[in-house]
Every structure is written in structure tokens, then in C-alpha cells.
Design a protein. Structure first.
Length: 305
């Protein structure tokens, strides 16, 4: 059973990671610190003086951009919401596959590692193996893995189409709002719905640098690079319930949408699958029930030349 959470814009704004917003506009992370100064014009003027003379024009641009972003967010808050949907699934690993309820999700194992003595990881490593008991019917114990998706209202993407600057501003804010809603939802899942971290007491700044237990890999990112996994997650979530549609290639619409999985294992951490060879591609295609050529288009960025 999926759970839908609907947030007003102002509820998720505190969870925005402004570093990524400013990065989308070509600003270095140090300019994103303007977001830490709340509604004090004198303090914001003082913030400008913390930069070297040569950097102050750029800082002034960042300040102006942030002020316009705040104004747009207030306008969006009057009409739009952000929605998330999640499901906590009975889970077991079977080699490099995950079995979530009745859906099997093949995964890829890491091909390069950072340290010589570190293992080659797969996300399935953070889940109880099937051999240890899949469910109550076999007398064993199932693990839990969450799947999720978050998105904006589709109409937001059409705002200010005749004003390129405002249109881009809404687009970049929409991306951040979808991520922020995911952050807020994940906090609720950890502390209440799943409840494995009920005593967690982290400031939002700590959440944004992921000091919480567990990980939340998104589809398309280094540890979960195959975009076609969206189809399998959709089988579990039925994402159209919150207005998300998938293209024939597994891309999500609206564009400002994110989906992925939630793992609770204390040792779970992010990694990059890296480049895979033809043998890994063939094995993965077999496990996905697809042809090698079909999977090649989804994993082109991960194929060794």
C-alpha cells in the first residue's frame, strides 16, 4: 500500500538545498550562503562585505537572484503544492537482485572502488539475503526497503513561458522543491512511518549533508544508473496517483520529479557503479528480461569503451 503526502510550498522551502540551486545558475557554493541569512537587509548587506572586492559583483548577483527566488516561491505557494508517494516493501536480496514484495529489481555491482581493501558494492548488499528467509510463509524474516517518488504540479512547468528568465527560475526552483519534498518525506519515514530512527534529532542543515542513518539513492544516479528501473518502481507505487507519467524510455514527467529507494542499514552508503563490460551488460540484460541491445541504450554512460 502506497502512502501519499501533499505539502504546501512553504512547508518544504526550509528543506531546499540552495547549493544546488545556485550551482544551476553558475554560482560556486560559497555564494549559496546568502540563503542562511533570514530576512535581515542589514545582515545581507554585511554578507556582501565578507567577499573580496573582486567577488562582490558576483555576490551581489547571487543576492539579487535569491531575492527573486524568494518572491517566486511566495507566488507559487498561493496556488501549487508538491507531492510525494512512498511504499515500504518486504525485501530480500537474491545475489545482485532485490525482491520488493512481488517485484524483482536487478541491480548492478560496483566495478571500481576507492580503496584497495574495500569490497565491490551492490545496493542489494544492504538487504537481508533471500537464503536467510524471505517472509513469514517460510518462517524467515523479511527486511524492509522503501521506494518513493516526488514531483511538482505539472502546470508549474508552463509558467512564464514567454519570459525566459522567470521560466528558468521556476524550473530550477521546481527541481529543488521536488528534492526538498523528498527530504521532508524521508525524515517522516525514518522517524514515524518506518520508525527505525525515532529518536533522530537533526537540524535541517544536517539532513542536507545526510547525517541520518541510511541512504536514498535516486534512479539515474551513480549507484542506480539504469533509468528503466523507473518502470519497476512504478509497478510498486503507481506513480500516476500523484501525476507522474513515464515516457517509453523511462523518463519522468513532470521534469522536476525524483524517484528511488530508501535503505536503512547502518552501514549503507553511496557508491558509483562505474564502467561495466560486455559480460556484465549481458548478465544484467538477462536478469532484466531484456535484450542486450535494449539495455545498452539505458546504460550507455556506464559501458566501457
Amino acid at each position: 500500500m502506497s502512502t501519499i503526502l501533499s505539502y504546501q510550498i512553504h512547508e518544504v522551502v526550509p528543506y531546499i538545498n540552495w547549493v544546488y540551486f545556485f550551482h544551476a545558475w553558475g554560482f560556486q557554493p560559497r555564494f549559496a550562503t546568502i540563503a542562511n541569512i533570514k530576512c535581515c537587509y542589514a545582515c545581507r548587506a554585511m554578507w556582501l562585505t565578507t567577499f573580496e572586492e573582486a567577488d562582490r559583483p558576483k555576490a551581489s548577483e547571487a543576492l539579487q537572484l535569491f531575492k527573486e527566488a524568494e518572491r517566486i516561491l511566495k507566488l507559487l505557494d498561493k496556488k501549487y503544492k508538491v507531492q510525494t508517494i512512498f511504499r515500504l516493501c518486504k525485501a530480500n536480496s537474491d545475489g545482485d537482485d532485490l525482491i520488493l514484495d512481488d517485484v524483482r529489481i536487478p541491480l548492478l555491482r560496483q566495478q571500481t572502488h576507492k580503496k584497495e581493501d574495500s569490497p565491490f558494492l551492490c545496493l542489494s548488499d544492504f538487504v537481508r539475503p533471500l537464503s536467510m528467509g524471505k517472509c513469514e510463509a517460510t518462517g524467515g524474516v523479511a527486511d524492509t526497503v522503501g521506494v518513493f517518488a516526488s514531483t511538482i504540479e505539472a502546470d508549474m512547468e508552463e509558467l512564464y513561458e514567454k519570459d525566459p528568465y522567470k521560466h528558468l527560475l521556476v524550473q530550477t526552483l521546481s527541481d529543488r522543491l521536488a528534492e526538498a519534498a523528498t527530504e521532508k518525506m524521508h525524515e517522516y519515514v525514518r522517524k514515524q512511518a518506518w520508525g527505525y530512527a525515532q529518536k533522530e534529532e537533526l537540524a535541517i542543515a544536517d539532513l542536507l549533508i545526510e547525517k541520518f542513518q541510511g541512504i536514498r539513492p535516486a534512479v539515474g544516479y551513480p549507484s542506480l544508473p539504469d533509468q528503466s528501473i523507473n518502470f519497476l518502481i512504478d509497478e510498486l507505487l503507481d506513480m500516476k496517483q500523484i501525476g507522474i507519467a513515464l515516457t517509453e524510455n523511462g523518463a519522468m514527467k513532470p521534469h522536476a520529479t525524483v524517484c528511488g529507494m530508501m535503505f536503512a542499514h547502518p552501514a549503507s552508503h553511496y557508491f558509483s557503479v562505474g564502467k561495466i563490460g560486455e559480460d556484465q551488460l549481458a548478465d544484467y540484460a538477462r536478469r532484466r528480461g531484456k535484450s542486450t541491445d535494449e539495455m545498452r541504450k539505458f546504460l550507455s554512460a556506464n559501458l566501457a569503451l
